[in-house]
Design a binder for this molecule. Structure first.
Ligand SMILES: CC(C)(COP(=O)(O)OP(=O)(O)OC[C@H]1O[C@@H](n2cnc3c(N)ncnc32)[C@H](O)[C@@H]1OP(=O)(O)O)[C@@H](O)C(=O)NCCC(=O)NCCS
Length: 197
């Protein structure tokens, strides 16, 4: 069984002060740092990080990759020869009307009922599966959480298949990763690096 090594990297001090395009560019750069760390831990050598249809990452030298950026963390993961998707979100209350668009009552019941924490478990798990498929949010309504075998594992149904999603809850953030094939998951939490100048 292979080991998946996703990395959560704390945002550099000062990122929260950035605005607009500058902030997006810094988050994008930062997520690629998390990706490089995952690649190093996985023994992967990546070349160009190109993207294709719907902005989905294309494999680099046979390594699939996925990144995500949230308020205080970025996330990155690589997987050899297998599609992979990652998502990280801060657990912060949103407008209540977003809840039914992302999570049904039945899905939330599987996780013990509605709390913002369970909402973001559903949200990140679906995003991880949809990023793995390369379609993103466009197929949100075709994705369903069908089981939670453990507190850190969800089963999501999408396009007639069941997908395992591994979750991590840290510092009021939830991260989710999904990869085809059999694998164990070893998360790493990395301390902040300086902002790029
Ligand atoms: C993928 C998506 C759900 C990410 O949303 P998000 O939560 O705001 O962003 P995250 O921080 O978690 O992830 C961002 C990363 O996802 C990746 N990504 C973007 N689109 C993706 C897709 N279709 N599949 C997989 N990964 C994707 C990118 O690498 C992006 O980072 P980058 O722009 O720095 O390279 C969203 O962008 C989406 O649904 N995109 C597809 C929709 C579409 O087709 N849009 C048409 C283009 S305008």
């Amino acid at each position: 069984m292979s080991i998946l090594r996703p990395v959560l990297l704390a945002a550099a001090p000062g990122t929260a002060d950035l605005r607009g395009r500058e902030r997006v560019a810094e988050q994008s750069r930062h997520a690629r740092l998390a990706l490089a760390m995952s690649a190093e831990k996985s023994g992967a050598v990546l070349s160009e990080l190109a993207k294709g249809e719907h902005d989905a990452p294309l494999p680099s030298l046979g390594w699939h990759w996925s990144i995500s950026h949230a308020r205080a963390f970025s996330a990155g993961v690589v997987a050899q020869g297998q599609p992979v998707g990652i998502d990280v979100e801060a657990i912060v209350p949103r407008k209540q009307d977003v809840v039914p668009r992302v999570a049904s009552r039945g899905e939330l019941e599987i996780l013990g009922g509605f709390r913002w924490e369970t909402f973001f478990q559903v949200w990140t798990a679906k995003e991880a599966v949809l990023k793995k498929a390369g379609c993103g949010i466009l197929e949100l309504s075709r994705c369903t959480v069908v089981a939670a075998p453990t507190a850190e594992l969800l089963v999501v149904s999408h396009r007639g298949r069941e997908h395992l999603v591994h979750l991590l809850l840290r510092h009021r953030h939830i991260a989710a990763v999904s990869c085809d094939g059999e694998h164990a998951v070893e998360w790493s939490l990395e301390a902040a690096r300086e902002l790029a100048t």
